[in-house]
Every structure is written in structure tokens, then in C-alpha cells.
Ligand binder design. Structure first.
Ligand SMILES: O=C(O)c1ccccc1NCC(=O)[C@H](O)[C@H](O)COP(=O)(O)O
Length: 206
């Protein structure tokens, strides 16, 4: 199966176009002000306007105000939304946009039932849980906690790197993989060689 790749935490057009050149299927833009990968709605939409076709921009929010979400996604019809906080199904489905719901996985979580709470989601993103850090932790969670099948396409995230992505794809067989820190030179700046190697590794694993 073709494992798709989302490169998250894009902050500049050079990294965005570089990731597209190397085959990224989606680019994540973080609108969470406390993140070192935060990007403003204006900068992000300027980048999105320059993207080639067949690449999905993903607007990432953490329990954001409706006004911010609307401001971002109404500027370009290509946006998909990633809700990375404690948003309910009703809060996620109010924007007439495809969305992913991120779940931060802890031991003992019933991932299947948590997934079923978002019947209108296009996908579920499973990420590592770290107290006080909503995302971009750079930490791997226990992939054996993931049920053999979910009611939604699975995007695997959390601590993926050029070293572990092939094994992650072989073991989990996700619909897509997502990475932020593992392909960076520094927070918010991507490494072309790491992006290229990460995407190649994801393809080798399928
Ligand atoms: O990337 C961030 O800085 C971030 C901050 C706050 C909420 C979510 C964030 N990222 C969401 C993502 O989808 C990341 O790609 C995901 O958490 C994996 O990050 P990493 O472990 O660094 O690959």
C-alpha cells in the first residue's frame, strides 16, 4: 500500500517547495503560538498560494478560537484541518473542511473507541503523549498499542526519524506518516537531506 507522507512544522516557502520536490503529500502549518514552529496565518497562506498541485496543506490548531480557524481556512480552499487539542466532534465538523483528529496515545487508552468519537474525520493521527506538550514532542509511543484495524485511515506520528520510519511503516502499515522534529536542522527549519531520506524510508517500508 502506498504510505503517504506529511511534513509538519513548515515555516517558510523554501522548505515547503523542497518538501514538495521530494514527494511530500501534505505539509503541516502550526498555528499554536507556543510552538517553536508557529507560523502566522498571513505567512502560511502566502506559502500555500505558491504550492504546486496535488499537495495538501494542513492547518494545525490546538483548542483554537473559531475566529482564528476561520481566518486561516477561508483564505484558501485547499486547506485541510488538523485538530490537535481536546476538540469534540461537533467542534471539528463545523468548518465544512476535511479534518484529521489527533489523539495523543497513553498506555490504557482505548484507541478504537476514541477514534469512533469522530465519525466525520477523514483520518485519525496518533501521536505521542507528553504532559504539557501538545505535539512536536520528538517522542515515539508504543506502536503495539495501535489496534490492528481502525474505523478511519491512520496517520502515524511521534518521534519518527530517517532511522525508524521504514520499520514504523512495516510494523504499523499506516495510511500515512507524519514528522516534524525528525527532519529538522533546527526547530522550524527543515533539512533537505533528512526530508529526502525520510520519504525514501517511508516508501521502502511499504
Ligand atoms: O510540531 C509542533 O511544534 C506542534 C506543537 C503543538 C501541537 C502540535 C504540533 N505538531 C503536530 C504534528 O502533527 C507533529 O508533526 C507531530 O506532533 C509529530 O511531531 P514530531 O514528534 O516532532 O515528529
Amino acid at each position: 500500500m502506498n504510505c503517504r507522507v506529511k511534513i509538519c512544522g513548515i515555516t517558510n516557502v523554501e522548505d515547503a517547495l523542497m518538501a514538495c520536490r521530494h514527494g511530500a503529500d501534505a505539509l503541516g502549518f502550526v498555528f499554536y503560538a507556543k510552538s517553536p514552529r508557529y507560523v502566522s496565518p498571513e505567512v502560511a497562506n502566502d506559502i500555500v498560494a505558491q504550492l504546486p498541485p496535488f499537495v495538501t496543506p494542513v492547518a494545525l490548531f490546538v483548542d483554537a478560537d473559531e475566529s482564528l480557524i476561520t481566518k486561516v481556512v477561508t483564505a484558501n480552499s485547499r486547506w485541510m484541518i488538523q485538530f490537535h487539542g481536546s476538540e469534540t466532534e461537533a467542534e471539528c465538523s463545523g468548518y465544512q473542511r476535511p479534518y484529521m483528529k489527533a489523539l495523543r496515545v497513553k498506555e490504557g487508552d482505548d484507541i478504537a473507541s476514541l477514534t469512533d468519537q469522530y465519525p466525520t474525520a477523514s483520518a485519525i493521527l496518533l501521536d505521542a503523549y507528553k504532559a504539557g506538550v501538545p505535539g512536536g514532542t520528538g517522542e515515539v509511543f508504543n506502536w503495539s498499542l495501535i489496534p490492528a484495524s481502525l474505523s478511519k485511515p491512520l496517520v502515524l506520528a511521534g518521534g519518527l526519524t530517517v532511522e525508524n520510519v521504514e520499520q514504523a511503516v512495516k510494523q504499523v502499515a499506516p495510511y500515512a506518516v507524519d514528522v516534524s522534529g525528525g527532519v529538522e536542522l533546527s526547530k522550524g527549519l527543515k533539512s533537505e537531506s533528512k526530508v529526502q531520506e525520510f520519504i525514501s524510508g517511508a516508501k521502502r517500508g511499504q
